[in-house]
Design a protein around this ligand. Structure first.
Ligand SMILES: [Zn+2]
Length: 166
């Protein structure tokens, strides 16, 4: 893991060298302190969490906290029941869940967070708004071209980015 973080930092440093104006978009995760790029609208913020697990862990925590609060409050219980009924109704179930890679499962929350992070970084590198579908297409290509083996998808993507610096 340390080696991977090292590679990631080499990538960040070369990015900052090539694009000095991105310096202000560089910040640290408030939880694990890893460096990360953020959207210019978040420049200067120090309360962000990284896409490598901290954001996911925080969301999980928050949703647990919310449901605990719901169940303690009778009014909340009613709302929650209504929400669950709506979720069960097929008319309002989320449609067209996009997939990354060849897996038949919908992307996990972590990979969705990762897709968003890759999107922010690509947009910064290219100096334009890179769409989510472009990022998905790129990730699909990368994942299709190589067998992932024992590397997790995320490790793999970071490694690919390192091998093909902008
Ligand atoms: Zn973190």
């Amino acid at each position: 893991m340390a080696g991977l973080v090292g590679e990631y930092y080499v990538l960040l440093r070369s990015l900052r060298r090539i694009k000095p104006h991105l310096r202000e978009c560089l910040t640290r995760c408030r939880h694990c302190r890893i460096f990360l790029f953020t959207h210019p609208r978040n420049a200067g913020r120090h309360d962000l969490r990284c896409a490598f697990g901290c954001r996911q862990a925080h969301r999980k925590q928050e949703s647990t906290r919310r449901s605990v609060a719901y169940y303690r409050d009778p009014e909340g219980r009613k709302k929650k029941a209504a929400l669950n009924n709506r979720r069960r109704s097929p008319a309002t179930s989320p449609a067209g869940t996009e997939k990354v890679g060849s897996s038949n499962q919908a992307p996990s929350r972590l990979s969705e967070i990762m897709v968003q992070y890759v999107r922010v970084v690509c947009s910064l590198i290219e100096g334009r708004r890179v769409s989510r579908s472009e990022v998905l297409e790129m990730l699909r290509k990368v994942l299709r071209q190589h067998s992932i083996g024992r590397l997790s998808k995320i490790d793999y993507i970071v490694r690919q980015l390192n091998q093909n610096p902008p």
